[in-house]
Write a protein that binds this ligand. Structure first.
Ligand code: PXG
Length: 441
């Protein structure tokens, strides 16, 4: 059977997520296989993966240890009830993850996605405040342009207008601080921008407005990904931590993108040397192979719940598939692969080569800003007047035709390749992208 025969001939039934359905179905793009750094298309072409799928396949594709772990697990124990029952790999995985995090982050709650991790972390934060006698702390603070998935909690604290405006009033009692994107002062910065630590003072204003006694938690992405790669200004995250500490407010880092090696350290908390109270993760935990997420919390938080009668459930929260055996096996195979190949620190080794390569596009047509950190890059394009997003989407289509997968959001191109990328493949990626930018209108 040829690859071509795999392509279905009826595309109607599947309502595709975050996709222009009618445009796609008129001219579909299908992947039928993947190995290491490449996808294979239904017409048999190789496409270099510049985005690790959707920021998730950090170990690359079709990695033997992960494939084998999944195959073995499904035959051995396909499912075990998640409530009031356990299976060994869930505990093994939690202990291994806890050992990767700075103290006192040493407990793990399993979910199935980033969105579920976010809702879980917000719920734990609210329940914790009540548990310690701070039940008036019911407000949650997010940030403009934040992306925290698509659950009602996540879109409420999120700050991307198109993800919010059609979905009613969402959670009440949520407020936002300003985003930190400041092209006027920071354009073409290499790494962490110099200007903008004062954006953290917004938190003081919002806290003062509502009174600290009403605020449970603040959630931010250490590096905002989905909204087009916004790198935190120098000192900004430390300042948020200080303000939260002063006012008894929990700090949540959403590390769904930054977790598992994207910046060159296992987690952004270590990279920036700022320790939050809760961390949300997903994606790279299984290198994208099986849906899974995890929330990490401090021993203070966990211990606060371990107080009532021992026969009582301490937290009324969880999912049928929390710590699913196949996901746990996939995660353990993924952690083995990361460890054996040094992938969680590989981005640090490649960072300066990557930085030079991203910034080599500075003089290409339409480019108004370039940003980078670890193995993340963003190229912001001048929007076509009256047609926002069109230019970047043309770049996406042109890149795909030329054998390169990129992501675009608004008029920003985001890059986040698997951590196994070679220097030669970095060169190939940016040579292709240069050709793309020179070719599009
Ligand atoms: N938090 C953050 C910071 C994310 O980036 C989520 C939560 C939600 O995760 P789930 O697993 O529920 O999708 C995300 C997801 C993109 C892109 O191209 C980013 C995400 C998802 C899809 C595309 O920027 N991030």
């Amino acid at each position: 059977m040829s690859d071509r025969a795999v392509a279905p001939n009826n595309l109607d039934a599947f309502w595709m997520p975050f996709t222009a359905n009618r445009q796609f179905k008129a001219n579909p793009r299908m992947f039928t296989a993947a190995k290491d750094m490449h996808y294979t298309t239904s017409d048999g072409r190789q496409v270099l993966d510049g985005t690790a799928g959707l920021w998730c396949c950090n170990a690359g594709h079709g990695r033997p240890k992960i494939v084998e772990a999944i195959q073995k697990q499904v035959a051995e124990l396909d499912y075990a009830p998640a409530f009031q029952m356990g299976h060994p790999k869930a505990f093994e995985l939690a202990a291994r993850l806890a050992a990767m995090l700075p103290k006192p982050l040493d407990h793990v709650f399993f979910t199935n996605s980033g969105s579920e991790s976010v809702d879980t972390a917000l719920k734990i934060a609210l329940a914790y405040q009540r548990q310690i006698g701070q039940g008036t702390r019911t407000r949650l603070i997010g940030r403009e342009r934040g992306y925290h998935g698509v659950g009602f909690g996540g879109i409420s604290v999120g700050g991307i207008v198109s993800n919010r405006r059609t979905f009613g009033t969402m959670l009440t009692g949520v407020d936002h601080i300003r985003h930190t994107h400041d092209i006027a002062r920071n354009a073409f910065t290499r790494g962490v921008p110099e200007h903008g630590v004062e954006f953290a003072d917004d938190l003081i204003s919002v806290i003062t407005l509502h009174d600290p006694s009403t605020i449970a938690a603040v959630i931010v992405e250490p590096v905002a990904g989905s909204t087009g790669v916004l790198i935190p200004p120098k000192g900004y995250l430390k300042k948020l931590r200080e303000i939260c500490d002063q006012h008894g407010i929990l700090l949540i880092f959403d590390e769904v993108i930054t977790g598992f090696g994207r910046l060159g350290a296992p987690f952004a908390t270590g990279y920036f040397d700022v320790v939050p109270d809760l961390i949300t993760t997903a994606k790279g935990i299984t290198s994208g192979t099986i849906p899974m997420g995890a929330v990490f919390c401090t021993s203070d938080i966990y211990d606060a719940f371990m107080t009532g009668p021992e026969n009582m459930i301490e937290l009324f929260h969880g999912y049928t598939y929390s710590a699913h055996p196949i996901a746990c096996a996939a995660a353990l195979g993924t952690l083995d692969t990361y460890e054996e190949e040094g992938l969680l620190t590989r981005a640090a080794e490649l960072a300066s080569y990557w930085e030079d390569a991203v910034h080599s596009l500075k003089d290409c047509p339409h480019v108004i800003d370039i940003r980078n950190l670890g193995l993340i890059g963003a190229i912001e394009l001048e929007p076509i007047a009256g047609a926002p997003t069109k230019r970047a989407f043309s770049a996406f289509l042109e890149a795909y035709e030329r054998g390169l997968l990129i992501r675009t959001t608004g008029d920003i191109i985001a890059l986040s390749p698997p951590l196994i990328i070679t220097k030669a493949q970095i060169d190939e990626l940016f040579d292709t992208l240069r050709g793309v930018l020179n070719a599009i209108d």
